[in-house]
Ligand binder design. Sequence first.
Ligand code: B12
Ligand code: SF4
Ligand code: SF4
Length: 374
Amino acid sequence: MGQTKRHSPNPRSRGATPAKPHPAAPAHNTHPGHLIHSPPPTPSFRLSLCDLQTLGRAAGFDLTSATPAEPLAEFDHFRAWLERGFHGQMDYLERGAEARSNPQALLPAARTVVVCALNYLTAYPLPNVAEDEEPHGLSAVCGRRMAADGAAAGSESDILSRISRYAWGLDYHGVVRRRLKRLKGLIETRLGRPVQARLCVDTAPLLERALAARAGLGWIGKNNCLIHPRFGSFLFLGELLLDAELECGAPTAERCGRCERCLQACPTGALVAPRCLDARRCIAYQTIESKSGQAPDVRGYLYGCDICQNVCPWNIRAQSRLACNVREFWPLPHLATARREDLDFRDETAFRSFFRRSVIRRIGLARWKANLLA
Ligand code: B12
Ligand code: SF4
Ligand code: SF4
């Protein structure tokens, strides 16, 4: 935990690092303060990074920044990663490979990528919530959570400890997308014109972590995740590709230092090097993406894995300081209180109905059964 002392959180950074001018921006736009003395900007330059962050908060995001819609140097890492076969059976990553090198492949008119993050580090027992507001029985189930190595340690009924935190509540795709839509509307109002835009959450061929890092939302940790000094890494990412040129953020310094806790804690050795994951060995891949029908290498995991995040000092620190108040991410009561036998569904319909509002429904019954019976 030594590095947290040396790298104390940046008190300014509720959003991103201070503004960097958009490369395509005229000289008078290099600092928001200069706008006061400059000739009136064209409508598309009317938004400073600071204003954008305010709009992002109004739309419901914890962090918002922007980066030019330009090619990403990190694409070389991505290509090398594919060439080593680390993506396993995730063919969609191969198919959309070239598109990931440049956001303009998704929206040719794009000038800026607005990158947003939403914290999902829910704390249980719930903080500052009256008992009658708390979903039934959750304290008892969730209070046992957040042991240093999270999953696999729980009892049979402790279902949440066997499911990655990101899947406890409602499917995040919809939650993030709705907020992106709201943000798009707010930006249009501020710019005084409709914008051409594309909303992306997870499934579009974009290198979301690399974009977020370039926009200054955090750094890529050795566990591969984007980490923010205040929020840690339990963050969902979402992007708004826009035809407008906005003021952009600048990358922050990497703050892992000499720590290697995540590499040491990974039970399968999937983190083959800092920032390099062999997905085939990763429990998240084996329980979510793998089509082989094989049981995961390590028993006890029903969906995803959080170990390399749970051991990260930046998350331990975040857990003690803040809690996610996004109600949609609070554990679904019927999931949190389920017993193992409730989850042995007789058919696809029963599986889909149980997980209809959860991201877990995407894996289908066969994958679920293989995880459950492992
Ligand atoms: C495929 C995928 C997976 C795969 C592969 C993960 C992986 N590490 O590659 C699997 C199924 C294993 C997976 C697991 C998880 N995922 Co996932 N996943 C994706 C997806 C769809 C594509 C990621 C991808 O392109 N991977 C290929 C690798 C090479 O790219 P990358 O991880 O982005 O890494 C880049 C940087 O590390 C960069 N880089 C920068 N500097 C340097 C320096 C060096 C030296 C090197 C080598 C590389 C490097 O190079 C890479 C290429 O740009 C994204 C959504 C998206 N469209 O981006 C979500 C996404 C990355 N996943 C996410 C989440 C939440 C998870 C899990 C935490 C879920 C869970 N608990 O089970 C785990 C985390 C596992 C881990 N430690 O990475 C979030 C990440 C949020 C965050 N804070 O970082 C994303 C962004 C989804 C979202 N919209 O919120 N995921
Ligand atoms: S998610 Fe789990 S298996 Fe995958 S790299 Fe992290 S600790 Fe290892
Ligand atoms: S646990 Fe991993 S990601 Fe977290 S600070 Fe240490 S090296 Fe970085």
